[in-house]
Design a protein around this ligand. Structure first.
Ligand SMILES: [Zn+2]
Length: 159
């Protein structure tokens, strides 16, 4: 009959955490992408690194760690494992629609890092792959005036 048990009871409607959909949604999202390596793997895929070796070399991640992250992202419906070679069987990892929807999350993290943790470096500029114009609003290319597909966004190189 302690207070802790009362808070966990399903008939106790007074617990705000259980009834705040925003809070639950963030928790659910973090269950999928709250892991540092998982986010970095996704960053790589958004940058066009689709194959195991490419991601491993880019991240400097141990193969077993990359294997578990890729499997989890596939299991969670964020990445599709697509065979690109039959003999021998080789696979690459492509973003699902749910994975593409994480683009604003990664862009926001990048922009926050540029703003608050950039050590005096120039902020990252994103560009539309098709025309090369810088993208200020990730929902629309300022040059083409069309919606930008998340996989068509690349970092511009500073000269
Ligand atoms: Zn454009």
């Amino acid at each position: 009959m302690g207070s802790t048990k009362a808070q966990e009871s399903p008939i106790d409607t007074g617990a705000p955490v259980d009834h705040d959909p925003g809070n639950d949604s963030i928790t659910a999202a973090l269950d999928v992408i709250g892991d540092r390596w998982s986010l970095l793997v996704l960053r790589g895929v958004f940058r066009g690194l689709y194959r195991f070796g490419e991601l491993r070399d880019d991240l400097g991640i141990a193969s077993n760690l990359l294997t578990t992250r890729l499997k989890r992202l596939v299991d969670e419906g964020i990445l599709d494992k697509v065979e690109y070679c039959e003999r021998p069987a080789r696979y690459e990892y492509r973003l699902t629609p749910a994975g593409r929807d994480l683009s604003p999350v990664l862009v926001s993290l990048m922009q926050w890092g540029d703003l608050h943790r950039n050590d005096g470096q120039q902020p990252t500029v994103l560009a539309h792959v098709q025309c090369g114009a810088p993208i200020h609003n990730i929902n629309q290319c300022s040059h083409c005036r069309v919606g930008v597909d998340p996989v068509d966004i690349r970092r511009m190189e500073h000269n």
